[in-house]
Design a protein around this ligand. Structure first.
Ligand code: FAD
Length: 401
């Protein structure tokens, strides 16, 4: 049976960044990344908006704030060093009603507190200069925001792991964990058993389940939220130059539907946030009995539902009604019409939800005797991946394993 010092479960951007940082810190460690799919970055990492976030949304002092600002800097440096296509196109956040001014002011305050470089308040004229078709009474210009293909970044992390002597095992689903008397553990996977001292759980949409397999008792459960996109048809791409975001509703960890120029030149519109009936369900019709049963029997889900049912219904409605989706987009870009859009892809967010119904806002990483579990790594975890990886590598160096 192959024996490793460290086994990382999950070949998404967080697991791969973690593997890379461990090997950088401790060259010669025997490390493998175990991924159930035939390629890396098949889930959240490969289906996201591709934005290198700057760090203005997050509560000062939070893990998100700390790792996003520095993580963005390192992500850009990494892309330059490894010649990964990216662009620092900047973005605007626009308030379309006076009621949003206080939330916009709070974003500016957070940007300053978090040390996001160059964020300035702008008026309607400057908004029009930057984005001639955008609507806004007031806004923020965030010059450092960029775009990249995170699947390409993840593939590069995997390549560097291999160069450093690590292994990325594809097509290997973790199905069970047997604890050894000596503190080691045997991972049962669909591609055979492996023995490891330390397990690092970066399983994204399945991170709570992997934690349970490892004997941990996570205090939150993953509830999947699908984000659906439309794409601007080629003849209408000129309507958006860079990134146009609304002022987000501070009660939710999602940013609201926005326009994102992608690194391949396309423009995505979205994503919304609807409850998914399957953890890796990318279509409206996707359904898993197990996943739905676990969501609907979780008290936290109903407590969240009681608080936010109105917003949830609105999101569902927009999911089925293109006209309603377009209406939300028109707040930012009045010129947009349904006929300018074609259906785009979708991503599913792994959102941890506490039993009291609270959406866990910050990153959550917990340590047990011989494991480290990443239990909540939503946006901006792709941006921040190198910093998160480094943080876990440091934890790993002081965990028995
Ligand atoms: C719609 C959407 C838009 C987003 N936009 C942005 C953005 O613009 N910028 C940004 O910074 N972040 C964004 N995010 C967030 C970002 O994509 C995630 O935070 C990040 O990708 C999380 O990476 P991960 O490695 O934790 O998870 P994942 O990429 O989901 O990887 C987890 C991996 O674990 C594997 N796995 C699960 N269970 C097992 C098992 N039992 N055995 C083996 N392997 C297993 C899965 O197959 C998967 O490959 C967005 C997310 C979504 C969904």
């Amino acid at each position: 049976m192959p024996v490793f010092d460290v086994a990382v479960v999950g070949g998404g951007i967080v697991g791969l960044a973690t593997g890379l940082k461990i090997l950088e810190r401790c060259p010669g460690k025997k490390l493998c990344v175990v991924e159930k799919e035939r390629e890396v970055a098949a889930h959240q990492t490969g289906n996201n908006s591709g934005v290198i976030h700057s760090g203005l949304y997050y509560k000062p002092g939070s893990a998100k704030a700390r790792t996003c600002v520095e993580g963005a800097r390192r992500m850009i440096e990494f892309c330059r060093q490894h010649r990964i296509a990216h662009e620092i196109c900047g973005k605007i956040v626009v308030a379309t009603s006076e009621a949003e001014f206080p939330a916009l002011a709070e974003l500016l305050r957070r940007a300053q507190a978090n040390g996001v470089p160059g964020v300035t308040e702008i008026g309607p004229e400057r908004i029009r200069e930057i984005e001639p078709h955008a609507n806004g009474l007031k806004g923020l210009w965030v010059p450092g925001t960029g775009i990249v293909d995170y699947a390409a970044v993840a593939r590069k992390y995997a390549e560097l792991i291999a160069v450093a002597g690590g292994e990325v095992r594809l097509g290997a689903r973790l199905t069970g964990i047997r604890q050894d008397v000596g503190g080691g553990q045997v991972l049962l996977t669909t591609a055979g058993e492996i023995r490891t001292g330390l397990l690092i759980n970066c399983a994204g949409l399945h991170s709570d389940r992997v934690a349970c397999l490892g004997g941990a008792k996570p205090d939150a459960r993953i509830v999947p939220f699908r984000g659906e996109y439309y794409k601007l048809l080629p003849d209408h791409k000129h309507l958006v130059k860079g990134l146009i975001y609304p002022v987000p509703d501070p009660r939710f960890p999602f940013l609201g539907v926005h326009f994102t120029r992608m690194i391949d030149g396309g423009v995505e519109c979205g994503p919304n946030a609807v409850l998914a009936f399957k953890r890796e369900g990318y279509r409206k019709a996707s359904f898993s009995l197990r996943d739905s049963f676990e969501t609907f029997t979780y008290p936290g889900f109903w407590r969240m539902g009681l608080k936010y049912w109105r917003t949830g219904l609105g999101e569902m409605y927009r999911s089925f009604s293109k006209a309603a989706f377009v209406l939300a987009l028109q707040r930012l870009l009045p010129a947009i019409r349904a006929e300018h859009l074609e259906t785009g892809g979708a991503g599913v967010r792994a959102q941890a939800l506490s039993a009291d119904g609270a959406l866990v806002d910050d990153f959550r990483i917990v340590r047990t005797a011989n494991a480290i579990h990443v239990l909540n790594a939503p946006s901006p975890a792709a941006t921040a991946s190198l910093c998160i990886g480094e943080q876990i590598a440091e934890m790993a160096s002081t965990t028995k394993g």
